[in-house]
Design a protein around this ligand. Structure first.
Ligand code: FAD
Length: 509
């Protein structure tokens, strides 16, 4: 190894990378962060171009499958990944990012916390994750600090939209008999009070794929704080392309530079991390298992709210929901209900069995009473895997699919939900769709903690067979519940970094 450039090199500045960096620099460790992106791509794209495309192509090619009925074009965030990371999809949309801040530039900011049942098979206890959840929540700011996913009666800090309020009231008035359906105010990583450099949510409702005044969490905000530390250095435009081990680890970047440290922390996102490890993992015929969440989008109409006025609020998820479909600990779906708010009109018009003009007129009439529910299944309902391309050794292909019998379970779920919609006074509209695997961008389970063999990692995310090489992104989560994943990725990265800092302190003394 060359003289070390830092105590730790973190690859990736998304939610996972920054969450690992804070505990390390607080412990006085020197951290060098490399990220493939910079600010340029994002600056060149204004917000509307980012979401809709330069000639509105995201509206025209709307395949109706994205969780929010539309995938943003987001060239600066999504396109480079597909081109440069060397990953393509086969029945799978390989969503990843090579932009500073990663996918947190466009995420929906809905938060979930795992419970003991969710992490039953993990080699860690819930208490250690819980203190990390708290630390991360304090740092990023969320719309409420109460975990509404486990106690359904908390009050939302930011006002709910009028239609969401109406639906929640109806739910509370007539709860489902068996208690298996839960509806609650969504928990979002959005500020209700201003913080230095970030404004509080001003309820303008134009927050689709990012808040211009910083109310929605984006890991770039954390980078500003990290950069104030003399222990932290961020190098942009450094796409890591290979990792080699000598006495420590050396990472080579696409521009020909190399950097060394005793430990490297991979936080490049599940697909980005797999791409980086291509040479180190014996990916054979079967491929590397990848968990992702099958996703359903269901448009809903609330007739009681037709022609009624709307309440100013944010346009992130208004309500969260969950529904059991079996007896197993992970047999439940999680979801969100969005008011249509500032979602692009054309996404809906495209789905109406009417011409464009009539569709628009109809939409204007019903917009205030329209909702979109997005439902996520747990990752065990997916069958996706990452394969090495035989012709170009550095390239990977993700093959997407669903677990056997999934379509039947999806139909059964739609049926179960129909009862709940009726109880809530909602009419499901035509256009419900199952997303192409990958589009959910909830990925996990490629290098699970606690698993033996070349694809497993320790409870500290250290790859078996590769001492000093740690992974902190979703790759190491042993399974994927249907809950929103990013808060857990961040908490787990925080937990691991605390452990690494403590281990180093212990070995130094
Ligand atoms: C449209 C959309 C909506 C979403 N909504 C939600 C939501 O509501 N709730 C939720 O919990 N999750 C949501 N997600 C998922 C969430 O964005 C991801 O879980 C989260 O961003 C993962 O964080 P990460 O740090 O692991 O990876 P990423 O965010 O992908 O960050 C990876 C970082 O690594 C860098 N990188 C990658 N490869 C290299 C390399 N070779 N060299 C150097 N740097 C590299 C990238 O530039 C990037 O900065 C959503 C995702 C999308 C796309």
């Amino acid at each position: 190894m060359n003289a070390p450039d830092a105590d730790f090199i973190i690859i990736g500045s998304g939610p996972a990378g920054v969450s690992a960096a804070f505990p390390l620099i607080a412990a006085g460790r020197r951290v060098l962060m490399l990220d493939a992106g910079d600010d340029l791509g994002l600056k060149e794209e204004n917000r509307s171009v980012r979401v809709l495309g330069s000639d509105l192509e995201s509206l025209r090619v709307d395949d109706g499958s994205s969780p929010k009925l539309q995938t943003p074009v987001s060239r600066g965030i999504l396109e480079r990944f597909q081109r440069d990371a060397g990953i393509s999809g086969d029945g799978f949309k390989p969503i990843g990012s090579l932009a500073r801040g990663g996918l947190s530039n466009i995420w929906g900011a809905q938060i979930s916390y795992l419970d003991a049942g969710d992490i039953d098979d993990w080699p860690i206890d819930l208490a250690s994750l819980q203190s990390s959840y708290e630390r991360v929540a304090q740092r990023i700011g969320i719309s409420t600090n109460a975990d509404l996913t486990t106690g359904a009666d908390g009050e939302a800090v930011l006002p709910l939209g009028a239609t969401a309020t109406h639906v929640l009231r109806r739910h509370k008035a007539a709860k489902p008999a068996d208690g298996s359906f839960r509806l609650f105010a969504a928990v979002n990583a959005i500020l209700s009070e201003a913080r230095p450099g970030r404004a509080a949510c001003d309820l303008r409702g134009d927050c689709l794929y990012g808040c211009p005044s910083g109310a929605i969490y984006n890991s770039r905000q954390d980078l500003l704080a990290l950069r104030k530390s003399p222990h932290f250095r961020l190098l942009d435009n450094r796409r890591a392309v290979s990792l080699t081990r000598d006495l420590g680890w050396t990472v080579k970047t696409a521009d020909g530079s190399s950097f060394s440290a005793p430990r490297i922390i991979l936080a490049a996102g599940v697909l980005g991390t797999a791409a980086l490890l291509t040479d180190l993992l014996p990916i054979g015929q079967q491929g590397l298992r990848l968990l992702n969440s099958p996703t359903l989008a269901i448009p809903l109409l609330s007739p009681a709210r037709l022609l009624r006025s709307t309440t100013p609020t944010h346009s992130l998820a208004q309500l969260g929901l969950s529904l059991r479909y079996g007896d197993g600990a992970s047999d439940y779906v999680t979801g969100a209900i969005y008011e249509v708010g500032s979602l692009p009109v054309q996404s809906f018009v495209n789905r109406m069995p009417l011409g464009r003009k009539a569709g628009r007129a109809a939409f204007e009439l019903i917009a205030g009473s329209l909702l979109v529910a997005t439902i996520y299944y747990p990752g065990d309902q997916s069958r996706s895997s990452i394969h090495r391309d035989a012709t170009a050794k550095k390239r990977l292909t993700v093959r997407g699919g669903f677990a056997e019998g999934f379509e039947i379970r999806a139909e059964a779920l739609k049926k179960a939900l129909r009862h709940e919609w009726k109880r809530l006074g909602l009419i499901p509209l035509p256009g419900a769709s199952l997303a192409e695997p990958g589009i959910d961008a909830h990925f996990a389970g490629t290098l699970p903690m606690g698993e033996a063999g070349p694809f497993g990692s320790s409870s500290d995310g250290e790859l078996n067979l590769h001492p000093g090489l740690h992974v902190v992104d979703g790759s190491i989560l042993p399974d994927l519940s249907s809950k929103y994943i990013t808060m857990t990725i961040m908490a787990n990265a925080d937990r691991i970094a605390h452990r690494l800092a403590a281990m180093e302190a212990a070995s130094a003394s």
